[in-house]
Design a protein around this ligand. Structure first.
Ligand code: NAD
Ligand code: UDP
Length: 327
């Protein structure tokens, strides 16, 4: 029988790729999104598919639908987006999780929570394993996201223990690829857009801080595998690419791959910016038989092609609008 799958945040970067993957697997997909950071453009190519349904909905309000599986991805994910309205960010993580867990309980659906490496805060253990409890500032600029996601994890485990809900928690590390928001301020989108426009590449701090970048297709594969596991797999499970790069190294690679003449400029490091981050993915290997396949170079080329086309089409639209204003 076809599965009915709800993807909250389905018009966002990760969500739109996940919807695509589920439709290709023959599922019926209900995408619920309030379009805070997601766009119709991300899912425009899915709208004619009879197995796809789009619902404008804010998950801080209850949702009554009949589904077999829920991927709870709704939440702004980049620092500038989640800090824009921090109270709403916490509400989305906490009240949103309660609403989605209530739905899962009522209709006996499986639920997968998109958690984050941010639950480790600025880690004192490297690489990060799932049994590390983290080093998180509870009152800082990133706390609405970090603590909101931590509380959502707590709720998942309490619903498992108290209500026997079949929940799964994936801790997602930095992921990149086509359909990232061009002005979300995240490092890959920023650097690629700056390089393509020939603008200076903004390194925050000394650029020696590290991150590990996972290509979106690999990430979606891990989420689908995790959902397919039985009741014994709750997680949390780290999903990300264990290859670690300095931010300066990333900037140099983007310049090389775009052939850009952009220069590097240094700007102050944002508050509570983690120094290093790399997932230990032994658990994902053992429990999901999963490891990322796409190298950074290859994933960046696909991302660069996407942004190149996006910027060209935006420029065309601006030119048409300017011509209309003149005439
Ligand atoms: P995104 O901003 O592109 O997508 C989030 C989507 O959620 C958007 O479409 C947005 O409009 C929607 N949304 C936000 N608040 C909502 C609400 N209250 N009700 C309904 N929809 C709402 O971000 P993304 O990178 O695709 O992230 C998806 C999920 O994965 C998030 O939960 C994020 O925390 C998690 N995650 C992402 C990364 C990453 O590197 N991309 C890393 C760790 C965790
Ligand atoms: N960063 C940077 N220049 C930018 C954007 C980000 O140097 O234009 C740095 C940022 O300070 C952080 C890293 O890149 O150290 C990753 O930032 P991002 O916002 O992508 O993700 P997160 O900090 O949540 O891992």
């Amino acid at each position: 029988m076809r599965k009915r799958v709800l993807v909250t945040g389905g018009a966002g970067f990760l969500g739109s790729h996940l919807c695509e993957r589920l439709l290709a697997a023959g599922d019926d997909v209900l995408c619920a999104d309030n379009f805070f950071t997601g766009t119709r453009r991300n899912i425009a190519h899915l709208l004619d598919n009879k197995a796809f349904e789009l619902l404008r909905h804010d998950i801080t309000f209850p949702l009554y639908v009949e589904v077999d599986e829920i991927y709870n991805l709704a939440c702004p994910a980049s620092p500038i987006h989640y800090q824009f309205d921090p109270v709403q960010t916490t509400k989305t993580s906490v009240i949103g999780a309660i609403n989605m867990l209530g739905l899962a309980k009522r209709v006996k659906a499986k639920i997968l929570q998109a958690s984050t490496s941010e639950v480790y805060g600025d880690p004192t253990v490297h690489p990060q394993r799932e049994d590390y409890w983290g080093n998180v500032n509870p009152i800082g600029a990133r706390s609405c996201y970090d603590e909101g996601k931590r509380c959502a994890e707590t709720l998942m485990f309490d619903y498992v223990r108290q209500h026997n809900v079949q929940a799964k928690v994936a801790r997602i590390f930095n992921t990149y690829g086509p359909r990232m928001h061009p002005s979300d301020g995240r490092v890959v989108s920023n650097f690629v857009v700056q390089a393509l426009r020939g603008e200076p590449i903004t390194l925050y701090g000394d650029g020696d801080q590290t991150r590990s970048f996972c290509y979106v297709d690999d990430l979606v594969d891990a989420l689908v595998r995790m959902m397919a596991t039985g009741r014994e797999t709750v997680g949390p499970i780290n999903v990300g690419n264990p290859n670690e790069f300095t931010i300066r190294g990333l900037a140099e690679l983007v310049i090389e791959l775009t052939g850009s003449k952009s220069r590097l400029v240094f700007q102050p490091l944002p508050a509570d910016d983690p120094r290093q981050r790399r997932p230990d993915i032994s658990k994902a290997r053992a429990e999901l038989d999963w490891a990322p396949k796409v190298e950074l170079r290859e994933g960046l080329m696909a991302t660069i092609r996407y942004f190149d086309e996006l910027l060209a089409s935006n420029e065309k639209l601006h030119a048409i609008a300017a011509a209309r204003t003149r005439s």
